[in-house]
Design a protein around this ligand. Structure first.
Ligand SMILES: NC(=O)C1=CN([C@@H]2O[C@H](COP(=O)(O)OP(=O)(O)OC[C@H]3O[C@@H](n4cnc5c(N)ncnc54)[C@H](OP(=O)(O)O)[C@@H]3O)[C@@H](O)[C@H]2O)C=CC1
Ligand SMILES: N[C@@H](CC=O)C(=O)O
Length: 438
């Protein structure tokens, strides 16, 4: 074993960084044995130097991450600050000053992954980011390396722990949205600004990364259709239960049947209780991969939290350190196909639409005609009178009409809903939710 240690600069010492530092110290001997050289924490960059940080030598703390990465003797930079800047500039400086980089920063990788990969290649360094998608779950490496000889056609996943935690609590305990979010934040799952979680930005970033790796193409954050989960109500859960479903915020990346394009989307969806992803509880993540030769694979585990995420960071650290010692780099970017990313309108799936309608003769026929005119085939219709509503315009009361469709293009469904809103007898569109799984 080499005795001279590899030097690691830790940028950020929050939920994830503090766990990385703790495990580096606690498992120093094991890490050294696996790498073939000891690893030494050479500096820890933070924003608030006065904060007590258990187990970290105060002499290592700095508020100048740029000076740390420019020192010239750093072998690996671990970036767990998050956000776009200064993280992006620091990673680029790290490459320029001789270091490889391990990052957990999905927001940055989804936005600027291509430029960062190009910079890493230019300087002959590694850029690893297993922790950026689905926390502790080994996913990037299996997709990039283990499935490199296969053709992945679909990736369907629960990739945000915070929203899965909230939806699970709402479903199983009847908890309110805010109560469940507060609990997820206290447990360290949520981002500093939980908007990124609940509005689906975090999952969209992960979907962009996953789609890019799975289909060997370039998918940017802006290519991902995104809907958050803040509008999901207890009434939606009741509708889902009536259909034998639950509701999950899903990231779905698909290759078109003709192989000529891909789509990536994030939105809440009803999922049959029999689907393996339906039983993913609390902040757990799971990703279902469908490939030509391997068939269906499922990856499951903790997707957020300091210690699980640190596990993925340290796995990358070991790999990058081994590459350093071997004076090699690992597999770089696999984006070589440059497939176009289709718009959401071209996505084909099923829909659950809940309408408030006047409860009088002919309404069902009117509604069915609108679906037919837009080429959307109805699978089931359920009507329920609503004694709580009084019809102001006519003799009848109001009814709730739940339509579940067969598979149809998203654009056709949007057209249908727009036309339904124009009917006098349709008082409102209470909810529209996609239905995934068979
Ligand atoms: N938390 C999780 O479960 C997961 C997080 N991630 C990703 O990991 C990364 C880190 O997340 P997390 O640990 O939760 O974030 P935190 O907010 O807990 O930690 C951020 C750290 O960065 C430091 N920091 C912020 N700005 C600067 C700056 N300008 N210069 C120096 N240091 C700075 C903060 O310093 P100070 O301590 O002084 O405030 C803090 O130590 C993010 O990219 C996140 O998306 C990925 C998977 C899961
Ligand atoms: N906020 C994220 C953390 C991991 O990426 C989540 O809740 O999944």
């Amino acid at each position: 074993m080499r005795t001279r240690p590899l030097k690691v600069a830790l940028l950020g010492c929050g939920v994830v960084g503090s766990e990385v530092a703790r495990i580096m110290t606690a498992h120093a001997e094991d890490l050294a044995a696996r790498i073939g050289a000891p690893v030494e924490l050479a500096g820890v960059a933070v924003r608030r130097p006065g904060k007590v940080r258990e187990g970290i030598d105060p002499a290592l703390i700095t508020t100048d991450p740029t000076a740390l990465v420019k020192r010239g003797d750093i072998d690996v930079v671990v970036e767990v600050i998050g956000g776009i800047e200064p993280a992006r500039g620091l990673i680029t400086e790290a490459f320029a000053h001789g270091a490889s980089v391990v990052s957990a920063n999905k927001a940055l990788l989804a936005k600027d992954g291509a430029a960062l990969h190009a910079a890493a290649a230019r300087y002959g360094r590694d850029l690893y980011y297993e922790a950026a998608v689905a926390g502790a779950i080994p996913l990037i490496r299996p997709l990039r390396e283990s499935l490199a000889g296969d053709k992945v056609n679909r990736v369907l996943g629960i990739v945000n722990g915070t929203t899965n935690f909230i939806l699970d609590k709402m479903d199983t305990t009847g908890a309110g949205y805010q109560e469940a979010l507060d609990e997820a934040t206290a447990l360290g799952y949520a981002e500093a600004d939980p908007t990124a979680d609940v509005e689906g930005f975090d999952a969209a970033a992960k979907a962009a990364i996953l789609a890019g790796i799975a289909f060997h193409t370039r998918v940017r954050l802006d290519d991902v259709y995104r809907e958050g989960m803040t509008e999901v109500t207890s009434a939606d859960f009741a509708s889902a239960r009536a259909m034998g479903c639950t509701i999950k915020l899903l990231a779905i990346c698909e290759r078109a049947a003709d192989g000529g394009s891909v789509t990536a989307r994030v939105h809440p969806a009803m999922l049959p209780l029999s689907h393996p992803l339906a039983s993913v509880r609390e902040a757990y993540n799971a990703v279902f991969v469908e490939s030509e030769a391997a068939g269906r694979l499922m990856f499951y585990g903790p997707g957020a939290g300091g210690s699980p995420t640190a596990s993925a960071v340290l796995g990358d650290l070991v790999a990058v350190c081994r590459n350093k010692l071997g004076e090699a780099t690992g597999p770089g970017e696999s984006a070589y196909t440059n497939l176009p990313v289709s718009a959401m309108g071209e996505v084909v799936t099923r829909y659950h639409i809940s309408l408030d309608v006047a409860d009088k003769p002919g309404v069902l026929a009117q509604v069915a005609t609108v679906f037919a005119e837009h080429g959307v085939s109805i699978d089931t219709v359920r009507q329920q009178s609503r004694p709580d509503f009084q019809d102001t315009a006519s003799d009848g009361g109001e009814a709730s009409l739940v339509v579940v469709t067969h598979r149809a293009p998203d654009a056709a469904l949007s057209g249908t809903v727009e036309a339904l809103r124009g009917l006098d007898t349709v008082r409102g569109v209470a909810s529209i939710m996609r239905v995934e799984g068979e």
